[in-house]
Design a protein around this ligand. Sequence first.
Ligand code: SF4
Length: 480
Amino acid sequence: MMDLLIPDKTHDESRQGEALMLEQADNKYNGRKLYIESYGCAMNFSDSEIVASILLNKGFETTTDYNNADVVFINTCSIRENAEQRVRNRLKEFTVAKVKNPGMIVGVLGCMAERLKSKFLEEEKLVDVVVGPDAYRDLPNLIDQVDDGARAVNVLLSREETYADINPVRLNSNGINAFVSIMRGCDNMCSFCVVPFTRGRERSRDPQSIINECQSLFDQGYREVTLLGQNVDSYKWKPTVEGDSISTDEIKGTNFAQLLEMVALISPELRVRFSTSHPKDITDEVLYTIAKYDNICNYIHLPVQSGNSRVLELMNRTYDRDWYMDRVNAIRRIIPECAISTDVIAGFCTETEEEHQETLSMMDFVRYDYAYMFMYSERPGTLAAKRFADDIPDTVKNRRLNEIVNKQRQHSHERLQAQVGKVKRVLIEGFSKKSTNDYCGRSDQNAMVVFPVTENYKPGQYVNVLVERCTTATLIGKVV
Ligand code: SF4
């Protein structure tokens, strides 16, 4: 899970399709300004683009300054307690703006809205609207209710909603990389996780709508799409059968490997990434598809969570240590150059010292390129909160987390050092953070690469970069 705050910015002016939609928009909301801020995982950032699309179609404009906004939305994450605390702190700041501008509507979207429902309105008196992840189509109606003096809530979860027909407005876009949501929800019920409760049951989006969206992005100049889902490996779409005019292929439907291939075939110049994989579901068919197409990036995010089989069972991850190692071996065999990243939880309920050591030894076995590492944080309503005591003292969790972080630092550095002397194909994303004399972009394996600007190339183009050295997080080289 990403833990980023990305302030919104006005949508890309080059997008003529959106301009056209704005002309056709409903006059009622014309000129009202929307500010939207997103927390948490990539799905939330992608959802904010759907929310913006729904409201821009109604005549709203976006603004980057919440002080000037008529509607301020915060798209929230519930994955850990500190993520929720950050949202509450941010709401306090919006409160100050609302005192100056009493007409401002403040809304909470996403997982925290779904988890707390109308309780949110009791807890946070200045919040006007609470909307869960499956109810964004209802936003104009909910805004109307607030305009009429009410406070509004819609947290209904759906078994069908995929927003397949909504063309997201690309917020905060560099015009090169875009997220494309391919499914919603999760059926896995990992015992530590709130997602099944906040995002509902798993459902896959019609592949043709995904291909159309990716093709349209490519036509607009985007060169990388990341296909998003909580568990992309269980993507499965079947058409609704009406009558008997359906072919055998259609009846079988589309799985994730087939979808990956369909997206890869749009153009060899369009890079394809995906996230997140589940170790129990990632198939050799997916791995062979990645190996077959140069434009499907050699990078897999494969959350391990723990290296110990008993803890994995308590987490309800439905795989054990041996199964996970077998999947890693399959990745190494079929895609030898593949980078692997992971999520790790330190100090899950009842985890012993020996079991923690097994997590460290799993890290030694895989040698992850990158990891998102956290102390276990009990979330209300989850299976773990109901069944197990959160019994590992914070000092112990902290020490175990530090051991995990230190090991990962060493592995990340080693993995980068192994790239020195190699030539990597890099998609230029823009200037490096430190200097306009350097470009930055990502390698196929998702490593950040920095190299001097050369006149012949610009962002959105691919270059071959000879890696000359590395820091702890970046490869540095020159175009060859
Ligand atoms: S796979 Fe597990 S951790 Fe991931 S979203 Fe689903 S329940 Fe949560």
